[in-house]
Ligand binder design. Structure first.
Ligand code: GLU
Length: 501
């Protein structure tokens, strides 16, 4: 879907870190801009001073940068529609507020908290919903900026709004936006436009900004759907043409029974960077939270996404967050890397982000040489799902782990054998292996010969040798592993196991 000019924005509030939910909104908006040669704008919505967290703005920018979601205009760039921080745009909101006052669509709210409470109590007593618009002051005072400024809502606005400014369907939710009771115009009320601290509310500021910044598509979470009637009323009152809207479905927890929360694993996106995930994998995974291209394809490169993404394939219902899919996608992208790149990442030499500047190797690898580590990472690359897993997967390449009897006693096949038989088997294997030149081919041939010689299955023989040489239930290919460990270490470890059998 190509639009003549596409300007999308991501408008986070600097109240904490970004998790997959926020990033998905940013990603979809970014993809839409990029596929239409449009612009992607970053706007910081910092009008709620109480909720602001220091450092959050920088953190948000770092998260987007790490994922490669670059913006054309934002707080750190010029752009012709600045400032891109709402706290620096107060004069602009004042100007638009004045328009509404002049046209009789906004008024100063003169009530004290106690008076409002009395209205509320009365409504409860009469079993009526409490609405500000039922208590509009007959003669509101002039607005001096110390009182809240309220919108004079018009619940009937939708029925008499026609023509080119009239709202259309939601790009994702379709006509649900107007047919659904959640946006019953009767519930529109006199919302606050500007608070008594001089800062605008989200309700007002985003409409002014989206118009001033010439945003063509507003992408945001579905939680804003229920306020659409109010927003439309405000657009109407301001004489503005509303942009296109795309409300994105919730991201649900793994069970799919509630919205994903921090407790269900919605963590700081930069934690994934720290743990050694690849931005490509995150982007692919997040893009497929509620979107697919209509085929079975599960992972996408950024370029494929730019080409294939479309709002009309975004699902209307919640997407499930399944971290195993992310692990799988990350493993997929890690396997595409050449050893040089993978190694550089593993030692924290990733020039793209400061969040991956740590060395992921186990402590014992500190003195190991680069060539050896490259061999090791080449072996575990197939199974590696994220870099922070390296110690667990590679520790045995760097130190002799103590013999763990449980590896045998809990092994499906090995636990059925007598100790003596295990010992004989391992002794036979040792003799054969000792004659090897420790090239992988030769080791592999000898392992195969041993299967015939001892009449055992790989699940028995190879597991036993694997346990003896690695003290781990799993490892890369056995012959390859022994080649990298080398003769001395391999035999020493087999002997260690033999002594304890
Ligand atoms: N500041 C709002 C939020 O963080 C943005 C919503 C929007 O994109 O309009 O939820």
């Amino acid at each position: 879907m190509i639009y003549a000019m596409t300007r999308t924005r991501f408008a986070p509030s600097p109240t904490g870190f970004l998790h997959v939910g926020g990033i998905r909104t940013a990603l979809f908006a970014w993809l839409l801009a990029r596929q239409n040669d449009g612009q992607f704008i970053l706007r910081i919505e910092d009008t709620d001073r109480k909720r602001e967290v220091s450092g959050a703005e920088a953190h948000i920018m770092d998260s987007l940068k790490w994922l490669g979601l670059d913006w054309d205009e934002g707080p750190d760039s010029d752009g012709s529609h600045g400032s891109y921080r709402q706290s620096e745009r107060l004069d602009i909101y004042k100007k638009w507020a004045q328009k509404l006052i002049d046209s009789g669509r906004a008024y100063a709210d003169p009530y004290t908290t106690a008076e409002v409470q009395a209205f509320r109590d009365e409504a409860i007593k009469n079993k009526q919903p409490f609405l500000y618009r039922n208590h509009r002051p007959k003669k509101p005072p002039a607005w001096d900026g110390t009182m809240p400024l309220r919108f004079k809502s018009n619940p009937k606005f939708l029925s008499n709004w026609e023509g080119e400014n009239a709202p259309v369907v939601d790009e994702v939710m379709g006509d649900k936006m107007f047919n659904n009771l959640t946006i019953d115009p009767d519930t529109t009320d006199d919302v606050v436009l500007v608070k008594s601290d001089g800062f605008p509310t989200y309700n007002f500021a985003h409409i002014v900004d989206d118009a001033e910044m010439e945003i063509t598509h507003v992408l945001r979470g579905q939680e804003f759907l229920s306020s659409m009637a109010i927003y439309m009323d405000i657009y109407h009152a301001l004489g503005l043409k509303a942009p296109k809207f795309a409300h994105l479905p919730h991201i649900m927890n793994e069970q799919g029974n509630k919205k994903l929360s921090k407790r269900d694993g919605a963590k700081d996106i930069l934690d994934y960077a720290r743990e050694g995930y690849l931005p490509e994998a995150l982007v692919s995974f997040i893009a497929t939270l509620g979107w697919n291209d209509g085929t079975e394809q599960e992972v996408f490169t950024v370029n494929e996404l730019i080409e294939k993404f479309s709002l009309d394939r975004v699902h209307k219902s919640g997407a499930r967050f399944d971290e195993r899919r992310l692990l799988w996608a990350n493993g997929h992208f890690l396997r595409q890397l050449d050893i040089k790149t993978l190694y550089a990442l593993s030692v924290g030499e990733n020039s793209k982000t400061k969040y991956q500047s740590t060395d992921y190797w186990p402590e014992e690898a500190e003195d190991a040489d680069e060539e050896y580590k490259k061999q090791v990472i080449g072996l575990v690359q197939e199974r590696l799902k994220f870099l922070a897993e390296l110690p667990q997967l590679t520790e045995f390449f760097f130190k002799d782990l103590p013999v763990n009897p449980e590896l045998i006693s809990s092994h499906k096949q090995l636990k059925k054998l007598e100790k003596d038989d295990l010992k004989t088997l391992l002794q036979t294997a040792r003799e054969e292996i000792a004659q090897s030149d420790f090239t992988t081919d030769d080791l592999q041939n000898r392992l195969n010969a041993l299967l015939t010689l001892t009449h055992t299955k790989p699940a028995v023989l190879f597991s036993l040798i694997r346990i003896a040489t690695t003290q781990s239930p799993a490892s890369p290919g056995l012959a390859e592993t022994m080649t990298v460990l080398g003769r001395e270490t391999t035999l020493r470890r087999i002997d260690q196991q033999l002594r304890l059998l």
